[in-house]
Design a binder for this molecule. Structure first.
Ligand SMILES: [Zn+2]
Length: 284
């Protein structure tokens, strides 16, 4: 799934031939091609200065790093609400709500699969068409992921892969999955860099649909697991701090003093609990 989305985003690179046709401007009006950004693929020979190159190349710049679960556990549907079982309806609802935010609707057998990036709402205004439904946009999105792993964007340029055509000036709102940072080599066609040929490194989002967090959605989720869907969800679980034994401080005996010194616990910072990313596999 991840590969397909990335290939879709980067399609032009792997297709080999840039599909953006070179729009030849009048020879006199052409601005000299600028080598504004270090690292931008640029022919070193003198010809580069007079040949207008309008091709667009999108390459991954920095892939994202999802949180790694520090521990795993299993939630067995067959044990739901059974005596002595930890599996409760309330916990299943909580796991499903988390899963709904971490999964995308797609063409897989279950109808959905685990998202490979943080999902957030992206408000956008299209600045430039990059071809194949990919756009450079002015965008805004709230922070997403545990501990706001994906920082919020405000008036930020971002690369979007939409599931529908759009044109410059269009505005809208999508549910977007962050797929990392992409490097886009392009001739910019919007202010204030209009006409400059350079590489922009920007956060990239793929438009997607998420699972519906509703009773019907939950039932579909349960059915798909009972029919063999491989489902796991990563959540942050609060567990007592091991370092201080859940006290928030560490005792230090002082010679000749009746009372111990209380040193603040450096692991939980006095909170008594720590957050432990936990992967829960949900099985029939
Ligand atoms: Zn502690």
């Amino acid at each position: 799934m991840k590969m397909r989305l990335l290939l879709a985003l980067l399609g032009m690179t792997f297709a080999g031939l840039p599909t953006a046709t070179a729009q030849t401007t009048t020879a006199l009006g052409t601005k000299p091609v600028e080598t504004a950004t270090a690292g931008a693929a640029k022919p070193a020979d003198g010809k580069a200065a007079i040949v207008e190159d309008d091709s667009i190349v999108i390459t991954p710049f920095r892939s994202l790093t999802l949180p790694v679960a520090k521990t795993t556990k299993t939630f067995q549907l067959a044990k739901l609400n059974k005596p002595l079982a930890t599996e409760t309806t309330k916990d299943l609802q909580r796991l499903f709500s988390a899963y709904a935010l971490q999964s995308i609707v797609d063409g897989s057998p279950a109808g959905f699969s685990k998202a490979t990036g943080y999902i957030t709402t992206v408000n956008y205004s299209i600045l430039q068409d990059l071809g194949d439904n990919r756009f450079m946009a002015k965008a805004a999105w709230p922070a997403a992921g545990p501990n706001d792993a994906l920082a919020a964007g405000v008036d930020a340029w971002a690369v979007l892969l939409l599931d529908h055509p759009a044109k410059v000036g269009d505005t809208g709102k999508i549910t977007g999955m962050h797929v990392g940072t992409a490097a886009v080599l392009l001739t910019v066609k919007f202010a204030p860099l209009d006409g400059k040929r350079l590489t922009l490194r920007r956060e990239a989002f793929v438009e997607c649909a998420t699972l519906e967090d509703s009773p019907a959605g939950l039932q579909k989720f349960i059915d798909s697991i009972n029919h063999g869907a491989d489902v796991s969800v990563t959540t942050n679980e609060l567990i007592p701090c091991k370092k201080c034994g859940g006290l928030g401080f560490i005792r230090q005996t002082v010679k000749g003093q009746l009372l111990d010194n209380r040193l603040p616990c450096t692991v939980c910072d006095g909170a008594k609990t720590v957050v432990l990313p936990t992967e829960t596999k949900i099985i029939p």
